[in-house]
Design a protein around this ligand. Structure first.
Ligand code: MG
Length: 164
């Protein structure tokens, strides 16, 4: 077996009239992320990180926003498809580390539940799920409360191309 690391990033605009969905959970907020799917920046960053570790493209290729089938899609379903594809390659997810960038609302009170939800979605023990939330200190579109963003890093163990 060999280790592969993957990194993902996502950002979506915050607009009125949309639900705010982060890490597969609805977060009470007067604005939500605009996007073709439910626009969950956390799960999109995570799915991209996993695809990166597998050198398997990106979620834009897997779930094109020109495809009506993904309109308002639950991003937990998209992540599940990527996890299934990883499992088919014999890949084993070791740990994940996620950072959410959001000016408001503060996520401190939700972080434990969010971590548990991420553990459930990724089929990992909670001890293998890192989650941080921070603001952008007022800078840029995130700092102005006009966008939410997330980064994710994953480590996977995959069969060695020759030895396993
Ligand atoms: Mg996205």
């Amino acid at each position: 077996m060999v280790f592969r690391i993957g990194h993902g990033f996502d950002i979506h605009p915050l607009v009125e009239g949309r639900r705010l969905v982060l890490a597969g959970m609805e977060v009470p907020c007067e604005v939500g992320c605009a996007g073709h799917s439910d626009a969950d920046v956390v799960l999109h960053a995570l799915a991209d990180a996993l695809l990166g570790a597998l050198a398997a493209g990106d979620i834009g290729e897997w779930f094109p926003d020109t495809d009506a089938i993904w309109k308002d899609a639950d991003s937990a379903v998209l992540l599940g498809k990527v996890l299934d594809a990883a499992a088919e390659k014999g890949a084993h997810l070791v740990n994940i580390d996620v950072t959410i960038y959001l000016e408001r609302p503060k996520l401190g009170a939700l972080k434990d539940r969010m971590r548990a939800r991420l553990a459930e979605l990724t089929r990992l023990d909670a001890g293998c799920v890192g989650l941080k939330a921070r603001t952008f200190e007022g800078f840029g579109p995130v700092g102005a409360g006009r966008a939410a963003a997330a980064t994710a890093v994953v480590l996977v163990e995959i069969p060695h191309p020759e030895k396993d």
